[in-house]
Design a protein around this ligand. Structure first.
Ligand SMILES: Cc1ncc(C[n+]2csc(CCOP(=O)(O)OP(=O)(O)O)c2C)c(N)n1
Ligand SMILES: [Mg+2]
Length: 1056
């Protein structure tokens, strides 16, 4: 084959000697192996190989000598003291640099082609991608001309690290051709110029009108705007229907206005601070919005997510939301919804989150089919030069780890920028993986407009001062090429400036609306535009529904070869369903999730099976099996490794989907991703599980800046559930604490004031009673109560009455009404709370909690201090009837309550004789209960705070009031400066002050570990001694419990 191919080629050869040499190479190849080659053969082979290496050099190192820096610093030796210069010194490509220095008179010595005639033709076959179609023989001159244009101009691409060979081939095909930079039509060039002009004048306008304001202008990188237009237009042409966009401060106002059409009047209002009545909770350059762009017959929706100052933090959120969009719109090919992230150069290379997020790009349950990253590479981060900001040549280098191709372009070449953006879109649609556009530009002013950058970068800013704007450069080019005239340009300038002025003049009467800040489909819930399928309904379910779900999740498919332990687990689950007892944590969780997947809509008379509802998505490290071997939500056939997910087989085709996925080892990226997922649609239960709660602080900014505060800042409610394994089992400082105190500190409920107790509340109650008691009998019946609670289901009223211990009495006195209304107001106030924090002790209560997330019309994030030890602790079980109709989530559980799963373990003294109340939360309850039983402490009551925040003032108080003569103790496992104590202490004081008047004992003593710098000891023995000391202190009626535990700790520590 080789011989025939070469023969055909030879026929075209110009010179006889060359033909003879080539023939020798082609025909008896064996001669080359067996006989010594002739010097001329060797020279030819050597030169051809050198040309091949030259091609490789251009492809792999051409970007080092490309003309990327608008300030002209990339190509050429760095001048000493030329601060701010790109790190990419030509040392990395010295040969190419020497070769191109005096182009077109090539210095072939530099690349080892000494003495070669640059016009002699060499057979290169496949080495140049284009050769297959057009040319097999190339002169060195042609090779250099082609590759110089492809890799060393104002645009270039890095692709040697791309893993996919077809991907590499495609890129070469796209760039290695003489006119690879698409010949844009004049109309397109005019549009680029117009967008450039608009972006440029937008900043000028704001700079003139608001000289003292920070706006983080785009000056120096105006080509971002035509670049984005080109990207979005090409995305629309390639089938994308919606873009989720995330970006930082730089140029954000410009993007908001020019790309997303945020009215200028609105931006001006924000500058003037005239929209404060809308209680916007964040600065203008953090806000999000939604917009749409139309190109011919195609419209593309764009939603810009709001973000905190924390750079890169929004990245995973954008991708989670993109994934959710794909999920909810059935975009299984991921070809219609695109995630687009704009980054700063310093942030992209410096912050690990960017790299963590890119790691998600090819993970089956996290991929979004490729993200397009655009780096606004202004070659500075605040006052820090690139050489101090990263250890690699380009800020984009971190993307090489995931094999993303990287297009670099010079910001002063807006056509090149548009071209790269279009190629990025094509790559993404074709290969469905991440791709980067590194837009190399500069920052004309300081970090913000109040900074003078000359103080730290004097030489760079001298250069910038003398450097024409991109608009000037590009308009000169187009005028020179005859694409536009100076008159055209002047007219555009006049029109654009006049438009801005007119909007400025009209801004005083501009009425901003809350909708301008909404980036999500259902963010408008608070504004009455919710798409919710949800309403308040009880979380308890009829036993039949529970059995349907229970049976499905404990039955493996036929002929499925289960692991023996898993087979036993399923058997025990089946038994739980049969007996209705012994329901453990994992089973309760599966029942809750399964019932949500099959959720019935009783209002429409539908049965469990007829109304598929509420998809459930659970993600986290090793969550499929469960870190503690408890969940096994995916079954594996032991002979085929086939997977089977019981929760997806309750009623296949007629249920919502259960997505369960082991995540990669990242907290911040995954938590951010799931938070983003939860923002897209409120009708899904989204849960993130940490391996151990201890690791959540790796994701602290997701918690502080999004989950806890997003709703208040940006009106972005979320119903995300965080499962954070927590509890002291003697496993050391980093496997004990999910840092409960941190979450409680984020909760916004007022420690000192009770809802329902203000003067205006009293007036409301009075008026309400008068309205309900129509016939003036002085009390209400249950019917009166239900009649006056318009729009509230009768079941719900009954639940509230039960919670207040009304029993079955049909006479509600005025005092009871006040209590009822205070409770009602408190419930309403829960809507204003930002975070719910629970530390639950029974599987049934966990079941209700999860179902409550989907059974109330508003969404709140829930932080669950989830158990480890309790997962397999025999007494920690519930009965099926604890989840049945009429049962509900208990914020507090006291001895003998219906939800008390350990009732009858001790015969307590009558309530008046109870001398001590131990209030606690979570796992320690079981230790206390066990000790109380074995020590026969009949005079001690134990109260479990299941929901810590919002604090259940009313419920806690009514339980305390049951024991009028008891002392109060708060017992916790955590050190005194951690756990719930700091949160609970003032709230207990308020509850006692307002709701427990007249009792003798009103101070609450602390029992727990002594204050400590670390969460827990590393010694198991010390841990056990500490636990013992806590339990002893809890049951001793001494005054100095704290000292007791403190000295116990010190003693043990010294002993060790
Ligand atoms: C996580 C984080 N750390 C620090 C900062 C403070 N900060 C704000 S802007 C900035 C420089 C960002 O540089 P770059 O990413 O290149 O963006 P540019 O401002 O140049 O567009 C820094 C350090 C921040 N906002 N977020
Ligand atoms: Mg920068």
């Amino acid at each position: 084959m080789v011989g025939v191919g070469l023969w055909r080629v030879m026929a075209q050869l110009p010179h006889r000697p060359l033909r003879r040499q080539t023939w020798r190479l082609g025909y008896p190849l064996i001669r080359l192996v067996h006989a010594p080659a002739e010097p001329s053969d060797i020279t030819l082979v050597d030169q051809t190989l050198k040309i091949a290496s030259l091609i490789t050099a251009f492809r792999s190192r051409g970007h080092f000598v490309a003309a990327l820096d608008p300030l002209g610093r990339t190509l050429g030796r760095l001048v000493e003291g030329n601060d701010g210069a790109e790190y990419a010194e030509p040392e990395n490509a010295r040969d190419l640099f020497e070769l191109l220095k005096d182009y077109p008179s090539l210095n072939l010595d530099a690349v080892g082609l000494k003495g070669v005639d640059p016009n002699k033709r060499y057979y290169l076959g496949d080495h140049l991608r284009m050769s297959r179609a057009t040319q097999l023989f190339w002169t060195v001159n042609e090779v250099v001309a082609l590759l110089r244009g492809s890799y060393c101009g104002t645009t270039t691409v890095e692709h040697e690290h791309v893993v996919s060979q077809p991907g590499k081939d495609w890129i070469r095909l796209m760039v290695e051709r003489p006119l690879a930079r698409s010949l844009f039509l004049p109309s397109f060039q005019r549009r680029i110029l117009y967008h450039l002009l608009y972006a440029d004048h937008f900043e000028r306008f704001l700079a003139t009108k608001f000289q003292a304001a920070k706006r983080f202008g785009i000056e120096g990188c105006e080509s971002l705007i035509p670049g984005l237009f080109a990207l979005i237009e090409h995305a629309a042409e390639n089938g994308i229907k919606a873009i989720e966009l995330g970006m930082s401060h730089r140029g954000r106002l410009n993007v908001l206005h020019t790309i997303l059409s945020k009215p200028l009047g609105s931006i001006i209002t924000e500058f003037k601070n005239a929209g404060d009545h809308l209680q916007v909770g964040d600065v203008k350059y953090h806000l999000g919005t939604r917009g749409a762009l139309s190109f011919n017959d195609k419209t593309i929706q764009i939603s810009l997510l709001p973000n905190p100052s924390h750079l890169e933090a929004v990245d995973p959120v954008v991708l989670g939301k993109t994934r959710a969009k794909q999920f909810f719109t059935g975009d299984t090919k991921r070809s219609q919804n695109l995630g687009l992230l704009l980054h700063g150069d310093a942030a992209f290379s410096g912050l690990g989150l960017a790299a963590e997020v890119m790691q998600l790009s090819d993970l089956p349950q996290y991929t979004t089919g490729g993200t397009i990253h655009v780096i606004v590479n202004n070659q500075i981060g605040f006052t820090t030069d690139p050489k101090l900001a990263r250890s690699s040549p380009h800020p984009s280098d971190v993307a090489k780890g995931v094999g993303a191709p990287i297009f670099h372009c010079n910001g002063d070449d807006p056509e090149g920028v548009a071209h790269c953006c279009r190629l990025a879109v094509e790559w993404r649609q074709k290969f469905q993986t991440d791709v980067v556009v590194d837009l190399v530009c500069y920052r004309r002013h300081g970090h913000n407009e109040q900074d003078d950058p000359r103080a730290t970068q004097p030489l760079t800013y001298q250069k910038i001062l003398n450097h024409p704007t991109t608009l000037q450069l590009y308009s000169q080019k187009l005028i020179y090429e005859g694409i536009v005239t100076q008159d055209d340009l002047d007219k555009w300038v006049d029109d654009v400036d006049a438009k801005f002025e007119a909007e400025y003049a009209a801004a005083d009467s501009y009425a901003p609306t809350l909708h301008e800040w909404l980036a999500s489909n259902w963010q408008g819930e608070a504004l009455g535009s919710s798409s919710s399928k949800r309403y308040i309904q009880p979380t308890g379910l009829d036993l039949e529904s529970l059995r349907i779900v229970g049976c499905a999740i404990s039955t493996p498919p036929a002929e499925f070869n289960l692991h023996p332990d898993v087979a036993n687990l399923l058997k025990s689950r089946a038994q739980m369903m049969e007996t209705g007892t012994g329901i453990d944590w994992a089973m309760a969780e599966a029942l809750a999730m399964g019932s949500l997947l099959m959720h019935a809509d009783p209002m429409r008379g539908q049965t469990v099976e007829k109304n598929p509802h509420f998809p459930v998505r659970l993600s986290g490290q090793d969550c499929e099996r469960g870190t503690f071997n408890q969940r096994h939500s995916v079954l594996y056939d032991q002979s085929t490794a086939k997977r089977y997910i019981p929760l997806n087989n309750i009623s296949p085709g007629r249920q919502a989907e259960f997505v369960v996925c082991n995540s990669n080892l990242s907290e911040a990226a995954i938590l951010g991703f799931e938070y983003g997922f939860s923002l897209e649609n409120e009708n899904a239960l989204v849960l993130w599980e940490a391996q151990f709660g201890d690791f959540t602080n790796n994701a602290q900014s997701m918690i502080d800046n999004f989950i806890a505060s997003g709703e208040e800042k940006w009106m972005t409610p979320t119903g995300l559930v965080l499962l954070l394994p927590h509890g002291y089992d003697g496993q050391g400082p980093e496997h004990s604490s999910a840092r409960l105190e941190r979450f409680l500190q984020l909760c916004n409920d007022d420690p000192d004031n009770l809802p329902g107790f203000g003067p205006q509340h009293k007036l409301q109650m009075e008026a309400g009673f008068a309205a309900a008691d129509k016939d003036g009998k002085g009390y209400l019946t249950r019917a009166d109560l239900k009649a006056v609670m318009k729009g509230v289901s009768s079941e719900r009223v009954e639940t509230l009455l039960q919670e207040l211990d009304f029993g079955q009495a049909d006479r509600i006195e005025r005092r009871d009404w006040d209590v009822f209304m205070a409770q009602w107001m408190r419930r309403n106030a829960e809507k204003d709370h930002n975070l719910c924090v629970v530390n639950i002790t029974t599987p049934a209560n966990y079941f209700h909690l999860l179902r409550r997330q989907m059974n109330r019309p508003y969404s709140k994030p829930v932080v669950v201090m989830s158990p480890k030890y309790l997962l397999h602790h025999k007494p920690c079980v519930s009965r099926l009837t604890d989840m049945a109709t009429g049962t509900y989530f208990r914020r507090v559980i006291a001895d003998g309550d219906a939800a008390d799963n350990l009732r009858n373990t001790i015969d307590l003294l009558p309530r008046k004789e109870i001398r001590s109340i131990l209030i606690c939360s979570g796992k320690i309850f079981y230790l206390l209960s066990n000790a109380r039983r074995s020590r026969k402490m009949r005079h001690v009551a134990i109260v479990r705070l299941e929901q810590i925040a919002p604090f259940p003032f009313d419920r806690v108080a009514s339980i305390i009031n049951r024991y009028p003569n008891a002392q109060l103790r708060w017992v916790q496992e955590e050190p005194k400066n951690m756990g719930a104590w700091a949160y609970v202490q003032p709230r207990l004081a308020t509850a006692l002050r307002e709701l427990c008047r007249g009792r003798e004992h009103t101070d609450v003593r602390f029992i727990g570990r002594a204050t400590s710098a670390t969460t827990a000891t590393g010694s198991f023995q010390v841990h056990q001694m500490e636990m013992k000391a806590i339990i002893n202190a809890a049951f001793e009626l001494k005054e100095n419990e704290v000292q007791e535990t403190q000295s116990a700790r010190r003693a043990t520590i010294t002993a060790v």
